[in-house]
Ligand binder design. Structure first.
Ligand code: CTP
Length: 408
């Protein structure tokens, strides 16, 4: 697949983190896509990957210091920082992020980051507590607010970490960094949602009955994940609040795992403020009134009666969130009968702006295809049966047009 990277020049700054080994794979992917790479390796980075591996992969010795006469005469560090079409920092450690945010130039990597006139893409990698530390978050916010060419971020991901902890902080996988590089190089027209924060819910919820059983539904999460990916590909900063599904998080998307409707509601609340929300999750309407602490046993009197209680309506709550309400709230209406009329009723009952009327009477749950009608304040737009990815692209384009004010 042509990613538009042929002949493009990438300067990779490799910081000192265990994720540095993944950057070797990124270099291979970049070369396969036709790009040219040069590397600046920090002192700490050289503890994780060797200059020899990098020289072998890129065809050029990596640059390691400010005061290396042979390196400087080959291409001065200022020239190097201008040579690139994009500067990629991977892994971006807390230290590198702090230096870049403060303009501290005390080694080649940090000097390059403020000498460059090009956009910088950072792929953070650090322990979860470090990533969540207010100092790091403040530095990230400061960098993200820099005027053009500016600094962009991809990730971090949530997951198991080399240090044995779990949470956000893991560097995103090389294919996701590659996709982010391609999107950056495609320019602003390809990122109409840059600077917008999006919240997407997806998948089913699971409402426990006892430690081994629960109430759930057949949502696969595929449509919601495709929408999160399509919004991220258009530049949005996406938080995907996901019930239990067997899907990988799309590149560049921050995924938050939840199980129950109430956890989903709390995670959505924590993801605010957001400019837009697309609620595709199949939230269980009810949950067992009581969750048994031990496994419920078969008893002579027959099966137990399950008393149910209503779950909060997350979409309706978000639509009525006052000043915290996203400017555009999109709901989904899963209907088997009287599709458009039922969806219109749902739109006004829930107080969202748009609703995607989704006919689930046929083969939709778990399938790769879907058909839908988008109902907005202005009218209706019908999307015939197509892949969930194509449908997601149609919706994301429609959302982008809404925010950029471009006519259809
Ligand atoms: N939704 C939600 N929280 C709920 C139920 C639904 O946020 N507790 C959202 C879904 O994510 C979707 C929309 O509301 O965007 C409609 O969901 P749907 O299941 O079609 O509707 P219900 O509210 O369950 O209504 P009904 O049972 O009458 O079809």
């Amino acid at each position: 697949m042509d990613m538009g990277l042929t002949g493009r020049r990438l300067l990779l700054v490799i910081g000192g983190g265990i994720a540095a080994y993944k950057t070797l794979e990124l270099i291979r992917l970049l070369h396969r896509a036709g790009a040219e790479t040069r590397v600046v390796l920090t002192e700490a980075g050289s503890r994780f990957v060797t200059p020899l591996s990098l020289a072998a992969l890129t065809g050029h010795p990596p640059r390691t210091g400010l005061f290396q006469p042979d390196e400087e005469t080959a291409m001065g560090h200022i020239e190097l920082s201008r040579w690139a079409d994009l500067v990629v920092v991977a892994p971006a450690t807390a230290g590198l992020i702090a230096k870049a945010a403060q303009g501290l130039a005390d080694d080649l990597a940090s000097t390059t980051l403020i000498a460059t006139d090009k956009r910088v893409l950072m792929a953070p990698a650090m322990n979860v507590r470090m990533w969540l530390h207010p100092a790091v978050q403040a530095n990230v916010a400061r960098l993200a607010a820099f005027p053009g060419p500016g600094v962009a971020f991809v990730g971090p991901d949530e997951g198991d970490m080399a240090c044995g902890e779990f949470g956000p902080g893991r560097m995103v996988e090389p294919p996701a960094i590659l996709a982010a590089i391609a999107a950056e190089l495609a320019g602003p027209a390809a990122r109409p949602l840059a600077g917008r924060r999006a919240l997407v819910t997806a998948g089913p919820t699971f409402e426990p009955i006892d430690p081994v059983r629960g109430l759930t539904n057949r949502s696969s999460g595929k449509q919601g994940y495709a929408i999160a990916a399509a919004l991220a590909a258009r530049g949005a900063e996406v938080t995907l609040v996901s019930g239990p599904v067997a899907l990988d998080a799309p590149p560049g998307v921050t995924r938050v795992w939840v199980e129950t409707a109430r956890e989903m509601q709390a995670a959505c609340d924590a993801a605010l403020p957001a400019d837009l929300a697309v609620m595709t999750a199949a939230v269980a309407d009810w949950r067992p009134d009581q969750v048994a602490t031990g496994k419920i046993k078969k008893a002579p009197g027959g099966p137990p009666a399950l008393a149910l209680t209503e779950n909060p309506d997350i979409l309706a709550g978000l639509s009525a969130a006052g000043p915290r309400r996203p400017a555009l709230v999109v709901g989904f209406a899963a209907e088997t009968d009287d599709l458009i009329a039922n969806a219109r009723r749902k739109l006004s009952r829930k107080g969202c702006d748009w609703i995607v009327a989704n006919d689930v009477s046929a083969d939709v749950f778990g399938a790769d295809g879907n058909a839908a009608t988008l109902i907005t304040g202005d009218g209706e737009e019908s999307w015939p049966r197509q892949s969930k990815t194509a449908l997601a692209a149609a919706l994301a384009d429609r959302i982008a047009r809404h925010f950029t004010g471009t006519p259809a």
